[in-house]
Design a protein around this ligand. Structure first.
Ligand SMILES: [Zn+2]
Length: 460
């Protein structure tokens, strides 16, 4: 495939579109929707009997203002982890009569008369890998009470010919409205019980592919309220001239309809494996350590690219010179998610820390990778120094051919959180980081001859 104007590298760009739910099939069968409404009704009646239903039907007020129901888990180093495939369909005719809130067609309906009732937010890139790593968390869009939840169902659905129920959490808000979070990963739903309260942003589960689904995504659906314990009045939380359901936005900060973003900038040791047979987890081949004669696959992953957008690219050598000049590409195809990669060899003759940098939609994301010459590795070589295990729990070990005299740990804001100093003959052999909270840090190790190396570490 060649669809972009590569200005400078001697090879053309590879990659393509990642299409989520290309068949545009419903996230719930009509039977499942009936079952859910019935089950939620029973659960509401049960809570009423126990006098434990916090927001009664008569209690009303302003509708909530939602925060985004998805967040990147702390162990994920990607720039972002989601894209949107479908909104609510406001056109009640069918089939193929689609109108989203913005008068576009980012939605679907079916021949049987189903018009998509929620929004679908999918993992991107490496959708199954992110699910395996618990990388994308579903959080409460507003405070409320859990009125029903379900878990224990198979979560690697690949097609729509299944009647397996989804794993989901249902939350009622102070005005009586209800948010529904579907397709969660098996075993991931909040440990809180039906009847418990949740705060805004509280963890509810992990994005998965349970129920009628073709891959990990969140189906987020909103109801205005409950009448006779039945979910009533579908809402599209977006304000827009084609929204036929509600007159204002239910988002605290409504995201733009086209919301371009660099989701990841990575280097790979082999071409990234984006489309393994479902539901196989993608082999990412992500690597940050190369030798001078290796083929390196610099790649990046976008959401919401529009034909005509420009992307500026740079590969920067350890001495801050640029590998290619005025390297940019022009987007040829509008798409919700797209990836680009090159296969480059013979360019990485200089040892040290390289930068691979992508600028798109007003944002620059820089990825660093290391290149060593295998022939020049000797006793005093510091670039081979490594830390293990990484990610770690409490103690991280140093693997180095030379003595380490200093180690400094900084957090992602650049603040020094720990410093180690050792003058004994052996130097520092390991770092006890038990007092740090979970998350990403950078350790700078300093050798006897003041050589330095910075390594990213993740505490879990
Ligand atoms: Zn859906």
């Amino acid at each position: 495939m060649s669809f972009c104007r590569a200005q400078t590298p001697d090879v053309s760009v590879n990659g393509g579109e990642f299409v989520f739910n290309p068949e545009k099939k419903p996230c719930l069968t009509s039977e499942q929707r009936r079952d859910i409404i019935q089950t939620v009704k029973s659960s509401l009646e049960e809570l009423q009997l126990q006098n434990n239903l916090y927001y009664s039907e008569s209690r009303r007020g302003n509708h909530p203002l939602f925060i985004w129901p998805i967040q990147k888990a702390s162990n994920v180093t990607f720039n972002d982890v989601w894209a949107i495939s479908n909104y609510v369909d406001h056109n009640t005719n069918f089939p193929n009569q689609i109108t989203d809130y913005n008068c576009g067609t980012k939605s679907y309906d079916t021949t049987s008369g189903y018009n998509h009732q929620g929004m679908d937010i999918y993992n991107w890139p490496f959708t199954w890998k992110l699910m395996d790593d618990d990388g994308v968390e579903i959080i409460a869009a507003a405070p409320g009470q859990i009125i029903y939840k379900s878990d224990g169902e198979f979560d690697r659905s690949c097609n729509f010919n299944t009647t397996t129920p989804w794993n989901a959490v249902y939350v009622q808000h102070s005005d009586g409205s209800v948010t529904m979070y579907g397709h969660m990963k098996n075993g991931s739903t909040t440990s809180k019980n039906v009847g418990d309260m949740v705060t805004e942003g509280e963890y509810l589960g992990i994005v998965g592919s349970s129920g009628v689904s073709t891959g990990p995504h969140l189906h987020f659906e909103v109801y205005e309220g409950v009448v006779n314990n039945i979910l009533t009045g579908l809402i599209d939380p977006y304000f827009g001239s084609c929204n036929s359901m509600n007159v204002d936005s239910w988002w605290a900060n409504q995201k733009p309809y086209v919301n371009p973003k660099i989701n990841a900038v990575l280097t790979h040791s082999q071409p990234p494996n984006i489309f393994p047979p479902c539901p196989t987890t993608e082999t990412t081949y992500i690597s940050d350590d190369f030798e001078t004669d290796d083929t390196i696959y610099p790649a990046f992953y976008l959401r919401d690219q529009t034909a005509g957008d420009n992307i500026f690219l740079e590969i920067i050598r350890p001495d801050n010179t640029t590998l290619f000049n005025n390297w940019n590409i022009s987007v040829q195809t509008t798409a919700s998610s797209w990836y680009y990669y090159w296969s480059l060899s013979g360019h990485f003759e200089m040892e040290g820390e390289w930068k691979w940098q992508v600028t798109f939609a007003g944002e620059t994301v820089t990825h660093t990778f290391n290149v060593v010459n295998p022939l020049s590795v000797d006793e005093n070589d510091f670039s081979q120094t490594s830390l293990y295990p990484n990610p770690f729990n409490t103690i991280i070990n140093i693997n180095s051919k030379t003595k380490i005299k200093n180690a400094t740990v900084v957090d992602i804001l650049g603040k020094t959180v720990l410093h180690f100093n050792e003058n004994s003959a052996d130097g520092i052999k390991d770092l006890n980081l038990s007092q740090l909270s979970n998350g990403m840090y950078f350790v700078t190790l300093e050798g006897e001859e003041n050589q330095k190396k910075t390594i990213k570490i993740i505490k879990r």
